[in-house]
Design a protein around this ligand. Structure first.
Ligand code: R5P
Length: 294
């Protein structure tokens, strides 16, 4: 087995290689003067399993393209199996045609990957209208969840906790984590008017006054969703607000927006590298890859 990366997730890729005692060999990726991609492996692949570790952020389009080029090249060079480890898998939120004429990006992304790779392992993908990755992937697709690690983080670092899931989809994280550490939880109802305008309502009221609120969501993108939830919690008398995101994309001025809304602490996993990373997903991925080493 050899482990490589197309540029993102290099730290995780190196750590996995070290722990699994396999070679980490970075790809050379650059562009020709006209913008065409140039990609080169720097180690022989014949007869080897190739693991491409690559989160689809930043630059989701380029990431998809890089991964497909890397996978196809690995096959041409004689790899026996190509596994994509994508700690963050982009495009999953466009899982239906919200308006006539739209591309269902998640299906297109999966169709392209189905052709080029043999297996995908990803962490807490955005499964909302899809029940499982099998709805779009024909290749073996493994979903790993960080719920246990988030639960352990909260237990160690926050006392007198209530958990808020800012929208219906977030129940898969919020409720499961709350159950594990036995704390109250409520999931808000979100209406999204546009990419940058959301509204949340608390349908099931819980006692928030003087509590340390932890808002848990899978993705923090523009930060609007968590900011709206934080404003509600602040108004209800929360003592402190911690925002935990599995995937911290932090586009535009998301961090400032969260702070402005009253969030005291922002915590993410290292699925996407960011200064807020506090939860390391490498051990979870290592368990999955160990099965491939046998
Ligand atoms: C969507 O349903 C996701 O679970 C997140 O709530 C959403 O992607 C967050 O986006 P933003 O930070 O832009 O509000």
């Amino acid at each position: 087995m050899i482990i490589t990366s197309c540029g993102n997730s290099i730290e995780i890729a190196k750590k996995l290689a070290r722990k699994l005692k396999v070679t980490y060999s970075p790809l050379t990726i650059s562009a020709f003067p006209d913008g065409d991609i140039y990609l080169k492996y720097n180690t022989p692949l014949k007869g080897k399993k190739v693991v491409i570790v690559h989160s689809f952020q930043p630059h989701p389009d380029m990431s998809l393209f890089d991964v497909i080029f890397a996978a196809e090249t690995a096959r041409t060079l004689g790899a026996t199996k190509v596994i994509l480890v994508a700690p963050y898998l982009a495009y999953m939120r466009q899982d239906t045609q919200f308006h006539p004429g739209e591309a269902v990006s998640s299906k297109i992304m999966a169709k392209l990957l189905n052709k080029s790779i043999d297996k995908i392992i990803t962490i807490d993908p955005h499964l909302h209208r899809y029940k499982s990755l099998k709805d779009i992937f024909t290749i073996p697709a493994t979903k790993v969840t960080v719920n246990d690690l988030i639960a352990a983080y909260i237990q160690k670092n926050v006392k007198n906790v209530v958990i808020i899931g800012p929208d219906w989809e977030s129940y898969q994280w919020a409720e499961s984590i709350a159950k594990q550490i036995n704390v109250p939880v409520t999931v808000l109802e979100k209406t999204r008017y546009s990419a940058r305008k959301v509204e949340v309502k608390m349908k099931k009221a819980i006692l928030i006054k003087d509590k340390n609120v932890v808002i848990v969501d899978d993705i923090i993108s523009t930060g609007h969703t968590i900011a709206e939830a934080a404003k509600k919690a602040k108004k209800a008398g929360a003592r402190s607000i911690t925002a935990i995101g599995v995937h911290g994309l932090f586009v535009e001025n998301a961090v400032d927006k969260l702070k402005h809304a009253g969030v005291n602490r922002i915590v993410t996993t290292n699925c996407i590298q960011h200064p807020t990373n506090k939860i390391d997903v490498t051990p979870l991925l290592m368990e999955e890859l160990k099965k491939e080493k046998k």
